[in-house]
Design a protein around this ligand. Sequence first.
Ligand code: SIN
Ligand code: MN
Length: 274
Amino acid sequence: MQLSEEQLSFFEEQGFLLVPDMFTKVEVDVLLKEMREVIKEDCPRRILEKNGSVRSFFAPNTTNEVFDKAARYKSLIAAAAKLLGGQIYLHQSKINSKAAMVGDWWEWHQDYTYWKKDDGMPEPNVLTAMIFLNDVTEFNGPMLVIPKSHLAGVVDDAENVAEIEESWYKEYVDSATYLTALTSDLKYTLKQKTIAKWVTKNGMCSARGKAGTVLFFHGNIFHASSNNLSPWDRHAYLLTYNRVDNQLPATDNPRPEFIAMRNFEPAITVETIV
Ligand code: SIN
Ligand code: MN
């Protein structure tokens, strides 16, 4: 599957692109089956919600063959490279497991802010491909994006100081500095006045589609998603690709490899994942 000129221009102008049917039902079913096993592992790569359910699971590609192949899937890599205009490598991968009834929100933010401030990534030549593992509707916490907001650059709204009541969850978040970038009390968020200004100008779009759809979104686009109060899961596999010429500089205190990968080699692609 090759992206058309229209799709390329849409991404460049709007900062996101929905591509249906990139993965077949068989492939999605295999990913879902593997996911259920993968997220059982109690380890630092597993991030919990305040209610104790699994929020995210980082770097599943490093321990699971199907997730590894999906991250190197030829059409996905070709599309991401085309959208970014150069060779790419995998910067981050995670499952966001927004389970029915319990999946929590993601506040408004820009991803590149974290990669710039926490990892030193030089430029926003980076995007995320979000593979829908379930049908995403208006009810199960779709991602909301503000079209064209990727053109705003990095918006430096104040750093958020999370107010978490004394609880096991506070202890959990305090236990590792990197957790403030991954839990529902995000470190760098966008403030209401910023969102209001951009929504007034460009509106808002909820990224919906059938399982197997891929949402590509630019590292600087403003995005958020609400709780999943529906009885339907909204699991997704998110792959962040960075341009090889935009790799992370060496640093004394890098974030863990499972959050910011430092193998800058372009992936060897695979034709199929099952
Ligand atoms: C993200 O902000 O990276 C993901 C949000 C979501 O899973 O809805
Ligand atoms: Mn994000």
